[in-house]
Ligand binder design. Structure first.
Ligand code: DHB
Length: 468
């Protein structure tokens, strides 16, 4: 493994000896306007495959950037597409899907993805792996909450602007099918991927897009890859307590006990969840006032399926008090015991903190975004975020809405060991999508904590299935 990573880190970098025009020359391989020197050809080892690709770096995707360091993108294109008739994995320069991963985490600014080997997973990262499968990669940087001009909703405005730039330059890109754009992200980046997928062409974002000089184009996409999304923010505190109520030690930093205000919040939010869930009218999925019912069985079923898949692959899932295994079949999961096993990460409320100091409060300009936390706030000067901003930060508000072009295909994954948000959050997103007629493939993944892009071969098998 070490030798492999070492080899992989040795890049063969060669500057292309080609001329740069002042503008795109339609349809030719050497046509993108780039400062000389930015265009390089590299060969990297992705697993056991050598991948050669060309890069165009730091292209602004809006004409009025407010944070120019972040409102720019990189393009990476497999070398094969620069040869007449060249193919990779059955794709050609014309048909290659465009994979657009975002690097956002913690609602912080996200840098452009750079193809590389990922030492954490010991595999190629998503950008390099995508290239090895013949995808064109467009990697935008995106503004985040720690920038002067980076609070909600700027992250989704930037991601949309990047999509619009790609579409606007459709005939000038050397390769890539702009009707096959795929978003990808994890955690806050998963929330962002969901937002991009859900809100295609929704008019609410128009003023923000105009302000930064985004192209006047469609911003709908073909598919969304979503890992552990920290999304549906104004409703996510309730399902967190539906799962973790009764577990009073939290593990954000050193282990601490929830105080009386937090425990009271846990009780209230848990009690409020069934009404929220039932109000979504997800046919066949309901909860009674105690939080039991078909939706609970569905969530337990996702954990059972994750354990079964692991067991079938030879992983030992036995000996856990929350999981029942009979012979070679996983037959039960108990959510209350699951919470004790998983442990609680966040105090209640998990997202809209009583002290107004969570990542999400900061994302909403240091404001509350739920009625509960606002009315029970312990902050010195509690304030509520604008309703319009809360609304346009939530993909749930757009799915199935008239005049919105939601992505047709979705793959949503959440680790069994993830306690950054409740599995109910991605599950509700998937159920809503399915109910509105979209193709939503959702699963929990055994052994995985809060993470993403850990199953790239499976992700790209699924993408090939929908793109070909
Ligand atoms: C992320 C994680 C969180 O727990 C959270 O509340 C927001 C974002 C993240 O990893 O992106």
């Amino acid at each position: 493994m070490h030798a492999r990573l070492f080899l992989a880190s040795v890049l063969v970098v060669s500057l292309c000896a080609c001329s740069f025009g002042a503008d795109f020359a339609q349809g030719t391989a050497d046509s993108i306007t780039m400062p000389p020197g930015n265009r390089v050809s590299q060969t990297m080892l992705a697993g056991d495959k050598l991948v050669t690709f060309r890069s165009w770096l730091d292209i602004p995707y809006v004409s009025n950037p407010v944070e120019p360091e972040y409102q720019k993108l990189n393009i990476y294109i497999p070398e094969e597409y620069f040869t007449e008739g060249g193919t990779v994995n059955g794709y050609t320069a014309k048909t290659a899907p465009i994979f657009m991963p975002n690097g956002v985490g913690g609602y912080m600014p996200g840098k452009q993805f750079i193809p590389a080997n990922d030492t954490r997973h010991g595999t190629p990262n998503a950008a390099l792996y995508a290239l090895s499968r013949g995808y064109v990669v467009v990697a935008p940087a995106i503004r985040g909450r720690t920038l002067e001009h980076g609070k909600a909703p700027t992250l989704i405005v930037d991601y949309k602007a990047a999509v619009r730039w790609v579409r606007h330059n459709k005939d000038r890109l050397p390769a890539g099918d702009t009707e096959k754009i795929i978003s990808d992200g994890l955690s806050a980046g998963g929330a962002l991927s969901s937002l991009l997928g859900a809100t295609g062409n929704a008019k609410e974002y128009e003023p923000y897009l105009k302000e930064i000089g985004a192209e006047d184009e469609r911003d709908d996409i073909f598919a969304s890859a979503v890992y552990c999304p920290i999304t549906n923010l104004e409703n996510a505190d309730m399902p967190y307590e539906w799962i973790f109520n009764g577990v009073n030690t939290y593990h954000m930093g050193p282990a601490r006990e929830m105080d009386e205000n937090m425990k009271a919040a846990s009780e209230a939010l848990k009690a409020a969840f069934p009404a929220y869930l039932n109000g979504l009218n997800l046919k066949g999925y309901t909860l009674d006032e105690n939080g039991n019912g078909t939706f609970r069985t569905y969530i337990e079923g996702l954990y059972i399926a994750a354990a079964q898949k692991a067991l079938d692959a030879g992983v030992n899932v036995r000996g856990l008090d929350w999981l029942t295994v009979e012979g070679d079949k996983v037959t039960g999961a108990d959510l209350s015991k699951y919470a004790v096993w998983a442990t609680r990460m966040k105090a209640a409320p998990a997202f809209d903190s009583l002290n107004m100091k969570s990542f999400e409060n900061n994302e909403f300009s240091d404001k509350h975004f739920t009625e509960y936390a606002f009315t029970h706030s312990t902050a010195e000067a509690p304030a509520m975020a604008e309703a319009e901003k809360i609304y346009i930060m939530n993909p749930m508000n757009f799915i199935g809405r008239e005049g919105v072009d939601t992505a047709k295909h979705w793959r949503i994954r959440h680790g069994v060991k993830d306690r950054d948000t409740s599995l109910a959050v991605p599950a509700i997103l998937a159920l809503k999508l399915s109910q509105e007629g979209y193709d939503a493939d959702v699963a929990a993944v055994w052994g995985v904590p809060h993470d993403g892009n850990y199953d790239l071969p499976e992700l790209f098998d699924w993408l090939d299935g929908i793109c070909r």
